[in-house]
Write a protein that binds this ligand. Structure first.
Ligand code: ADP
Ligand code: MG
Length: 711
C-alpha cells in the first residue's frame, strides 16, 4: 500500500499503548499485552496503568499523556466508566487509532447508548478511528508488523486470509479452527459494536492489501447494504469473499397484501444481494472453514468437469449426487485415460468416471490413478475419496495424492474417512497436501464454491439499462396519491404509470359501481374481459370477479348481472368500487413481475411463473437494486419453468428478451419512484410475438409518505 490510509493507524502502528494493562494472569489486560509481546510486535509497546511501575518487566506509564514517545494506537481495556476519559486523553495526545475492548455500550442499552454517542462525538472532535467498542481486538499477521492485539490464547500463522467477525466469542472459535487447519491469516478483526470501523471499511482496506487473497466475514447485520454492494461487486472479481450471515434482516413489519410481499421472506433480499455481488454465502462456521481451506490450498479450477476417484462405492455416489445438485458435471474420461487406468487396476474396478479402484487399492494406486486423471484435458478438478481398509495407512495415500497433485495446476479435493488422530496430524505431516475433508459433501461444497467463483470472475460485468418515462404527467399523479394517504391506486392510473414505462397494458375502461358497462365497450372492443375492482379485493377470480372471452353485448350484460349476484353471495358487495372492461389478451404464458420494499435493502424485484397459483408453485427469483442486464438474464433463466418459456411440447418460444427488458424497465420505474412500495403485475401474458404481450392485471401500492424508506 503506497499512500497512507486512515486505517493504517490501527493496523500498521509504530507504537501501541495498552491502557488497562495488568500483571494479573488470566485478565484481558494481561493476556492482550502478553500476546503483543510474544507474537513479536515490530514496534514499541507501552503498558499504561497508574497502579503499577512495571508489568512483565516493561516500564508502565500512569497515563497515556505521560508517554514521551509518539503513540499511534491505543488498546483500551479499562472499565466502561473510564473509557470516555481515556479516549479524550488519547485524542489530546494525538493518538490516531483506538481499539476499544471494553464492553458496556450500545449492547447494554440505556446509559451504554449515551456513552457510545459521546464516544462518537470524541471521534468527530479528534479524528481518530475506532474498532469496537465491545470487541476482542485485532491482528495483523504480516511478517513486518506482527501485531496480535487480541486476548485469544493463540499464535496465528501469517498467511493470506483476512477475517472479520461481528461476534467476539465466535472470533475465538474461528481463530481456533483456522489454527487447527494450519491456515495463515493476514488480518483478523473483531468489530464489536461497529461504532466506526465496520465491514465495508475493512473490505476497502483489504481489497488494496497485497497479502490478502481471501476475505472471510461473519456478519450478524448489514450496516450499509448499498456500499457493501458497490464494494463487493468489484472486490469479488479479484478475491473471493466468503460470508456467514446469521440472524435476519431488520424485522420491519412487512405488508404482505401483494403476491410479491407475501413471497419475499425476510432473508430473500440478503440472498439476492449476496448472489448479485458474487459473494459466497455459507450457513455455518464449519462450511466456511471447508471453503476457505479449498481457496487457501488449491489453484482455481478452469472448468466445471469433475473426476471422482474412490475405493468404495457409497461415498462416490454421494459425491456424484451432490456434484450434480451443485451444477457441476462428471468429466467424461478419454479412451486413453481409461486404457491407462485399466492397465494396472483389477478387473472388478471401474475405469469410467467415477473411477472405483475397489477396496484393494493402496497408496501407489491412488498416486498413479490420480496422475492419469489429472493429465486428462477433460478433467478440471478431482475429488479423491479414500475409505481406509485395515491394511492401508491413510497418511501414505495422502502422500501419494500430494505427489500427483503437485505436477498439475488443477484443484484436488481429498476425502479421507479416518480416525480423529489422523486429522490432527495433517497440518504438520502434509504441509503442501491438497485440502483433506472428512466427508464427500464437504469436499463438494468447497469445490462448488470455487467453481462459482470461477464463473463469477469469467462473467462480464453487467450494465444497468436506463429508460425515460414517456409521460411525465404521471409524476403529478403519484405525488397526489402520496398526498392523499397512499394505498392502492385505481386501475386506470396503474395503467398510465405502466404504459409510461413502456409496459404493454390492455385497453381499459374503469366504471364506478353504478356505471353502465355496456357504454364502455367502444374504445375496448370485443372480445373483452369484465372484472370487478375494489382496493381490498386481492383475488378477483376467487369470488367470480373475472369473466373472460366476452364476445358481444348480450354476453356482457349477462356476465355483469351474474357477477353482481356472485359478489353479493360472496358478501363482498360493499368492497366493490367499480368494474373494469378490458381488452382480452391473446393466450400466452402467464408470468409475474413484482416489487416489494425491504426496510433496509430497498426495492426487491421478483420474476416468476404467474397466474393464480404463484404462491403454491413458488417458481420465482428475486433481485435487489441495481439490476443489470446480466441480472435480468440470469433471473429469467434461474426459475425452474424456464424451459416452458423456451418452448416445450411443440410450444413456440415466447419473447424472452421482452421479459428481460421488462425486468429492467421495472427496475427503472421503482428507482425513479421510491413512493411505490409494492407492485404486482400478475399475470403478464407473454407470447412469441412481442406485440401481443400484455399486462392483464396489476396492482401498485403507494406510500403514505410515512413509511418511505430512506433511499
Ligand atoms: P385475480 O388475479 O385478481 O384473480 P386477474 O385479473 O389476474 O384476477 O385474472 C385472473 C385470470 O384471468 C388471469 O390469470 C388470466 O388467466 C385471466 N385474465 C384476466 N384478464 C385477462 C385478459 N385481459 N385477457 C386474457 N386473460 C385474462
Ligand atoms: Mg392476477
Amino acid at each position: 500500500m503506497s499512500s497512507p490510509h486512515s486505517l493504517d493507524a490501527i493496523f500498521k502502528p509504530s507504537s501501541i499503548a495498552v491502557i488497562g494493562a495488568s500483571p494479573r494472569r488470566g485478565t484481558i489486560g494481561h493476556e492482550l499485552l502478553d500476546n503483543l509481546i510474544r507474537y513479536g510486535f515490530n514496534g514499541m509497546v507501552f503498558p499504561v496503568n497508574p497502579k503499577h511501575k512495571f508489568i512483565k518487566s516493561i516500564k508502565c506509564h500512569p497515563t497515556v499523556s505521560s508517554i514521551v514517545d509518539p503513540v499511534d494506537l491505543a488498546i483500551i481495556i479499562v472499565p466502561k466508566e473510564h473509557v470516555l476519559g481515556v479516549a479524550e486523553e488519547c485524542g489530546e495526545r494525538g493518538v490516531k487509532g483506538l481499539v476499544i475492548i471494553s464492553a458496556g455500550f450500545r449492547e447494554v442499552g440505556g446509559e451504554g447508548v449515551k456513552r457510545e454517542k459521546a464516544l462518537l462525538a470524541l471521534k468527530e472532535k479528534y479524528g481518530f478511528r475506532i474498532v469496537g467498542p465491545n470487541c476482542m481486538g485485532v491482528i495483523n499477521a504480516e511478517e513486518n508488523v506482527r501485531m496480535n492485539a487480541t486476548f485469544a490464547p493463540l499464535e496465528p500463522k501469517s498467511g493470506s486470509m483476512a477475517f472479520m467477525t461481528q461476534s467476539g466469542a465466535l472470533g475465538v472459535a474461528i481463530l481456533l479452527a483456522v489454527a487447527r487447519l494450519d491456515l495463515g491469516l493476514s488480518y483478523f478483526v473483531s468489530v464489536g459494536n461497529k461504532l466506526d470501523i465496520a465491514g465495508n471499511d475493512l473490505l476497502e482496506y483489504w481489497d488494496k492489501d497485497e497479502n490478502t487473497k481471501i476475505i472471510a466475514l461473519y456478519l450478524e447485520s448489514f450496516g450499509e447494504p448499498r456500499r457493501f454492494t458497490q464494494l463487493s461487486k468489484k472486490i469479488t472479481k479479484r478475491k473471493p469473499i466468503i460470508l456467514v450471515k446469521s440472524g435476519t434482516t431488520a424485522a420491519g413489519a412487512r405488508a404482505a397484501s401483494s403476491h410479491t410481499g407475501h413471497l419475499a421472506g425476510l432473508e430473500i433480499a440478503v440472498d439476492a444481494l449476496l448472489h448479485q455481488c458474487g459473494v459466497i454465502r455459507v450457513s455455518t462456521i464449519q462450511e466456511m472453514m471447508d471453503v476457505v481451506l479449498a481457496f487457501s490450498k488449491n489453484p482455481m479450477p478452469r472448468g466445471g468437469r469433475i473426476g471422482v476417484l474412490t475405493n468404495a462405492g457409497g461415498p462416490a455416489i454421494m459425491a456424484t449426487d451432490r456434484l450434480v445438485n451443485e451444477d457441476l458435471a462428471l468429466a467424461t474420461l478419454s479412451d486413453k485415460t481409461q486404457t491407462k487406468l485399466r492397465s494396472f487396476l483389477p478387473e472388478e474396478s471401474s475405469v469410467r468416471n467415477p473411477v472405483d479402484m475397489i477396496a484393494s487399492a493402496g497408496a501407489d494406486e491412488y498416486g498413479r490413478a490420480l496422475d492419469i486423471m489429472l493429465a486428462d484435458d477433460a478433467v478440471d478438478a478431482v475429488i479423491a475419496i479414500f475409505v481406509p481398509p485395515i491394511m492401508v495407512e491413510p497418511g501414505e495415500v495422502v502422500k501419494k495424492i500430494t505427489e500427483a497433485t503437485r505436477k498439475y495446476d488443477k484443484p484436488v479435493f481429498s476425502v479421507v474417512m479416518a480416525e480423529e488422530k489422523f486429522y490432527e496430524e495433517i497440518p504438520r505431516r502434509f504441509k503442501d497436501a491438497p485440502p483433506v475433508y472428512r466427508f464427500p459433501e464437504s469436499a463438494v461444497r468447497a469445490l462448488a464454491a470455487m467453481d462459482r467463483q470461477r464463473k463469477w470472475v469469467e462473467q462480464p460485468e453487467g450494465q444497468v439499462k436506463t429508460f425515460e418515462p414517456e409521460d411525465p404527467s404521471v409524476r403529478g399523479m403519484v405525488k397526489e396519491a402520496v398526498a392523499s394517504g397512499g394505498g392502492y391506486m385505481p386501475p386506470d392510473q396503474v395503467n398510465r404509470i405502466l404504459a409510461s414505462y413502456g409496459f404493454p397494458v390492455c385497453r381499459l375502461r374503469f366504471l364506478p359501481a353504478d356505471g353502465d358497462v355496456l357504454q364502455a365497450t367502444a374504445d375496448v372492443g370485443y372480445p373483452l374481459v369484465l372484472k370487478v375492482f375494489g382496493r381490498n379485493i386481492t383475488h378477483k377470480s376467487d369470488i367470480g370477479g373475472v369473466v373472460t372471452g366476452i364476445k358481444n353485448q348480450d354476453m356482457l350484460a349477462r356476465a355483469h348481472t351474474d357477477m353482481q349476484e356472485k359478489l353479493e353471495r360472496a358478501g363482498v358487495s360493499r368492497e366493490v368500487e367499480g368494474f373494469l372492461v378490458q381488452e382480452m389478451a391473446q393466450e400466452g404464458k402467464e408470468v409475474i413481475f413484482g416489487m416489494t420494499t425491504d426496510p433496509k435493502f430497498g426495492p426487491v424485484l421478483m420474476f416468476g411463473m404467474g397466474g393464480k397459483y404463484v404462491e403454491i408453485i413458488k417458481d420465482i427469483a428475486f433481485r435487489v437494486m441495481p439490476v443489470t442486464d446480466i441480472d435480468a438474464r440470469e433471473m429469467v433463466r434461474s426459475i425452474k419453468s424456464y424451459p416452458l418459456l423456451e418452448g416445450v411440447r411443440g410450444d413456440e418460444r415466447v419473447d424472452i428478451e421482452f421479459i428481460e427488458e421488462s425486468i429492467q424497465r421495472l427496475a427503472q420505474m421503482v428507482s425513479d419512484w421510491p413512493e411505490i412500495l409494492e407492485l404486482d403485475m400478475n399475470p403478464v401474458m407473454v407470447t412469441p410475438d412481442r406485440s401481443a404481450c400484455r399486462v392483464v392485471d396489476a396492482r401498485i401500492r403507494i406510500s403514505s409518505g410515512e413509511e418511505l424508506p430512506g433511499r
